[in-house]
Design a protein around this ligand. Structure first.
Ligand code: NAD
Length: 437
């Protein structure tokens, strides 16, 4: 099938690479000329494991191309995916739909013959109706079926998630779209991924429901971690004991510094706004967001406490900046709040992240960036492990201790065990675990 993808970011590029790998003929479109030029040179503008190889192989096979010229690619396509950003609107948290609306107008002007326009971007309920309206108004002769096809991939595991999804949700209002979308995803049937057809509004709600629920689950275990600290329990064992219940499941029960990233923070805010606008408040989600906001700053106070209540003039080393490992995405990373809190308290920050530093430099320039974990430890008064990259999981603790001014390790991901770290002479602080865990 001939497929065009509008927006070649984390979702668009992975979608394009994977659909080309399935054998489709895919063109990825982006307005960002630098991005497209880089892709044409064979450079991948983001870090996502396996993506460079996937893109290279499919470009070489002639199934994947890149362009800034939307019109030609859309005119030739049977299916057009919209995968542009839907960030939080400044001020009220509503999803900013300007990129989706612009894309809809541009697609409307270019379509030729019956075309399925599928929105992969995460959009508020009713956006599919609006996209259909925009297309009908811009080009009354366009023969288009607008579909909601929310994307559930996770950065860091995006290719596997795309190729082996738990489900593919497709919201349709025009029956003609059913066979077209089925054909797009047919190669996945080998993996037995269920294709769930529903109506457009329901599909839009499923995406926000899923993200908000996962954000709530993380926040729940984070509060349990605080309770464990107060009561003397071990949150890892609480999570394991809870997660072994099939009704609960063990995933997204890892206590940490609070959720961040390009999706949960903005999608929870958008769902809150949708609920308020429709007079059906999402109170659990409102509380989740408020707890999470407080938690991120509270993590900097945890570091201050670990340093004896004062960090002014002290050097704090930060290991990991991205919101999770295996991505270079710094959007709404908890590290930003934690570092902000520590800078406000007068600390000097030295940081290292395997792939996040280029993006981090654009967000915080008052940090000294170094090239490895041991350079972070050099003369530091405390080390804070913020993102659990593999390379931070088995650090040479003896070497780290020798390099540091004071051996204090604040492990916000519970990567290490108390005994192991204290045996090396560190003062060790983790999340929701008593001394000895
Ligand atoms: P992104 O910012 O990485 O990419 C969006 C791209 O769209 C940018 O490169 C931008 O230049 C381009 N763009 C914007 N308007 C355009 C237009 N009119 N024509 C051509 N290109 C245009 O965003 P992302 O992380 O890929 O997210 C895209 C959507 O997918 C969002 O709605 C997001 O919520 C959703 N989503 C993201 C993830 C994720 O993990 N990143 C997962 C699931 C869903």
């Amino acid at each position: 099938m001939k497929i065009a993808i509008v927006g070649s970011g984390y979702v668009g590029l992975v979608t394009g690479g994977c659909l080309a790998d399935f054998g489709h003929d895919v063109t990825c479109i982006d307005k960002d000329e630098d991005k497209i030029e880089a892709l044409e040179r064979g450079e991948i503008p983001i870090y996502e494991p396996g993506l460079a190889e996937l893109v290279k192989a499919n470009v070489a096979a002639g199934r994947l191309a890149f362009t800034t010229q939307l019109a030609g690619a859309v005119a030739a396509a049977q299916v057009v995916f919209i995968a542009v950003g839907t960030p939080s609107r400044r001020g009220d948290g509503h999803a900013d739909l300007r990129y989706v609306r612009d894309a809809a107008r541009e697609v409307a002007e270019a379509v030729s013959g019956f075309t399925v326009v599928a929105t992969k971007s995460t959009v508020p309920v009713g956006t599919g109706d609006e996209v259909a309206q925009i297309i009908a108004t811009t080009n009354p002769s366009a023969d288009v079926a607008v579909v909601a096809n929310p994307e559930f991939l996770r950065e860091g595991a995006a290719i596997d998630d795309f190729k082996r999804p738990d489900r593919i949700v497709v919201g349709i209002e025009d029956e003609r779209a059913r066979s077209v979308i089925s054909a797009v995803y047919r190669p996945l049937y080998l993996n037995k991924s269920p294709l769930m057809f529903t109506n457009r509004r329901t599909a839009e709600l499923i995406k926000y429901g899923a993200n908000a629920f996962l954000a709530m689950k993380i926040t729940f275990i984070n509060e349990m971690a605080d309770l464990c600290e107060a009561a003397g329990g071990n949150v890892q064992e609480v999570a394991r004991g809870m997660g072994l219940d099939n009704r609960i499941g063990g995933k997204f029960l890892h206590a940490g510094p609070g959720f961040g990233g390009s999706c949960f923070p903005k999608d929870t805010l958008a769902l809150i706004k949708i609920g308020q606008d429709l007079g059906s408040p999402m109170r659990l989600v409102e509380t989740t967001v408020s707890i999470n906001e407080q938690r991120k700053r509270a993590m900097s106070r945890k570091v201050v406490a670990a340093c004896g209540g004062e960090v002014r003039g002290k050097t704090i080393g930060v290991l990991g900046l991205t919101f999770k490992p295996n991505t270079d995405d710094m959007r709404a990373a908890p590290s930003l709040d934690i570092i902000g809190g520590l800078l406000d308290q007068g600390a000097r920050i030295v940081a290292y992240d395997p792939y996040g530093m280029a993006a981090a430099r654009g967000l915080i320039d008052t940090v000294e960036y170094v090239s490895n974990a041991y350079a972070v430890a050099d003369n530091a008064d405390a080390l804070v492990l913020v993102t659990e990259w593999d390379e931070f999981r088995s650090l040479d603790l003896a070497r780290i201790k020798t390099a540091m001014k004071a051996p204090v390790l604040v492990d916000l991901r519970n990567v290490y065990s108390h005994d192991e770290v204290t045996r090396h002479g560190f003062a060790y602080f983790s999340v929701g675990r008593p001394a000895g865990a």
